[in-house]
Design a protein around this ligand. Structure first.
Ligand code: SF4
Length: 440
């Protein structure tokens, strides 16, 4: 059966945004979605339209003198062989139906996602991880993306109840790096071949948008690296100015899509405004990052299923999924941490549902168990973030307690043990990889 959607592939992000705007202005319904692997990098975006709007869209683009790279049929990812006789009676008929939908590349509904997140049957869990790993391989390949994160300030004006550096935690020891200190680390990352630097901080009024703009421009001028920003909520004009300065990616996690729970954990924030910020980021052409926390107080499996559908519907490109870990001096300091198994399951199901996205094997997982990062790479994750904050500050960036300082050695360990590949662009790793292999 012919697919009822078409994907418009633009030559670059600016053109893709223009196409989207022009079509929407003409009353054509569009959706920005990850482009298929054969058309570009993991973060490439396409404009999705209904087949019935194809003629109208082509005419509108022509009238506006816009020539696009291609318009293709949206193909489903078909997987063979997920269902075999080995599954036998160890799985339910309902599970087989869900697997069949995954094999056909069909979308899953909330109840089906809840089933995948909740099952305790070992054969079913194994099949979920296998499906996620195969989709990861098909959509983003075997190479694990390595990025360097600089946590440049832990001052924050907000009071998120789960966060160890929230404004009300007077036990937190505060620091703020200056531009030169940050640039020193940026150059270290550049020297080892890392292509993307993540600039992360609390919502710190001293690090104004103007200062961030100067910093981004300097990074671009001196290294040409891609810049991911993780600096919280801002006005649209500020996001726009940061984008114009060279910001490529923006990470603004929703943490939970349950409104009440969102309010409970973010007393200073408004749920609708957070979603609005995420929409602005997408409209401005950022590679848009979000994510959630698994094991928040009062969170249900249904909540996590809705989070995953939200990532899909919003066309989120990077999805960070980490277990809740309590932080001293916060409201939830005595709440138990989220489970590794529950987090891995959320990673796997997110890969199955969202397909061509970046999913980090998070530092929070590594903080519960070094091998949890390996396991995440084996069930859908494809990115590792190195904690590159200077030694004298990194212990103070304590969003949660007992944070594991994932460095290059830890990344090589996880990638090698998971049977995956380090990127070619990492220069010093070849030697370390060989050493690890020799030690085995
Ligand atoms: S989660 Fe972010 S915004 Fe909230 S208190 Fe922590 S650093 Fe600030």
């Amino acid at each position: 059966m012919e697919n009822k959607y078409r994907l418009i592939i633009a030559y670059n992000t600016a053109q893709m945004l223009l196409v989207d705007k022009v079509l929407r202005t003409a009353g054509i319904q569009t959706e920005l979605v990850p482009a298929p692997p054969e058309t570009g990098t993991v973060c490439a975006i396409a404009v999705k339209i209904d087949l019935s709007e194809l003629e109208n869209s082509s005419e509108t683009l022509k009238q506006n003198d816009i020539k696009v790279k291609d318009i293709i049929e949206e193909k489903k990812l078909k997987l063979q062989g997920l269902i075999d006789e080995k599954l036998g009676r160890a799985v339910t008929a309902e599970f087989i139906n869900i697997l069949r939908k995954i094999e056909n590349g069909d979308g899953l509904n909330k109840d089906e996602i809840v089933y995948l997140l909740s099952t305790q049957k070992p054969r079913e869990i194994e099949a979920i991880y296998t499906a996620a790993d195969r989709i990861r391989k098909e959509m983003v390949g075997d190479v694990v993306e390595i990025r360097g994160a600089i946590e440049f300030s832990n001052y924050c004006c907000k009071s998120c109840n789960y966060c160890g550096i929230n404004a009300k935690n007077h036990g937190a020891s505060r620091y703020r790096m200056n531009e030169d200190e940050i640039m020193e680390v940026v150059h270290d990352l550049y020297k080892v071949g890392i292509k993307t630097v993540i600039l992360q901080s609390g919502e710190d009024a001293q690090w104004t948008t103007e200062r961030l703009i100067e910093l981004i421009k300097r990074i671009k001028r001196e290294t040409g690296m891609r810049v991911t920003l993780s600096v919280g909520e801002k006005r649209r004009e500020e996001y726009e100015a940061l984008r114009e300065a060279g910001g490529n990616n923006f990470l603004l996690k929703i943490e939970t899509t349950n409104r009440e729970l969102f309010k409970e954990i973010h007393p200073d924030d408004d749920y609708d405004h957070r979603i609005q910020c995420s929409k602005w980021l997408k409209e401005l052409g950022y590679i848009n990052g979000s994510g959630n926390i698994i094991g928040l107080p009062g969170q249900t499996v249904e909540d996590i299923a809705v989070d995953i559908l939200y990532f899909k519907e919003m066309g989120i490109n990077m999805i960070g999924i980490g277990p809740f870990i309590p932080a001293k001096g916060t409201k939830y300091e005595n709440h138990p941490h989220g489970g590794i198994e529950e987090t891995l399951r959320a990673v796997a199901v997110t890969r199955i549902v969202c397909k061509k996205v970046y999913i980090p094997s998070t530092t929070a997982l590594a903080s519960l168990d070094k091998d949890a990062q390996v396991m995440a790479l084996q069930c859908g994750a494809n990115t590792i973030m190195l904690i590159s904050t200077p030694e004298e500050y990194r212990r103070s960036y304590r969003i949660y307690d007992n944070k594991n300082m994932v460095d290059m050695e830890a990344a090589v360990y996880a990638v090698t043990k998971a049977g995956r590949k380090m990127p070619e662009y990492i220069k010093i790793m070849k030697k370390e990889e060989r050493r690890m292999k020799n030690d085995e």
